[in-house]
Design a protein. Sequence first.
Length: 250
Amino acid sequence: MQFSVYVGSIFHQRVFGKKHQFRYKFFSGYFSDIYNFKDSEFVTKKFSKIFSLDFNDDGTKATIKAIKIFLNKNQIDAHDLKLDLLKKPNSIFFKAFNPVCFWYLKKHDEVLAFIADVTNTFGEKQIYFIDNSGKDIRYDIYYKATKKMYVSPFAKKSGIYKFKISDQPNQTIIKEFNHDEVLEINTVLKGVTHKFNGMKKSYFYFRIIISTLFVVARIHLQALLIWRKGNQAHSHNGNGYAESNYKKLD
């Protein structure tokens, strides 16, 4: 496993209702070759004195299960496979909250599958598995997924996501549509990975910690600004899942 610092930006644009947009610098960890397919276990060697990862959450378990089903269905040999993860790690100060982290299943450095592991502020989780029927994911088209879960109070629990994924350079575009196929939200995450040493390493580790600390505060701040513009809010109603069979990740 190799740990790198991911430095980039995230752009979020609401185009349905009262328009709203923001852009933040984005600092995260990027973990390359994180899973041993031969032994079916994560590579758990210590990669930092101040950062750590937890592989026991439901999103991670569901991701690994979905990958194994995908490999079996498409008769793909696990030889030369690599699993990468873009995620803000836990620090010695607090556990990180990741609204979404991204998994990249690769073979010969080409992306075979892309998994968006989503967590809302109520602690509910869902994964969205994107693939091209066993072939390399194309960087020039959008892949469609059914929205399963409440993420924002200003969008309904159900709808449609469309993903466009590029790995070199790293860029993920997510378009969210309602059931009438009307575009509601554009999100673009892009960045590059770095290996730092000395003072630069300390500086960017600090940036990861600070940006992670402000994740939830930024979510609520932007929700407040959207609400003040008069956008319609939808209630969580104690259950954020679009359908009953989405309630539990297996």
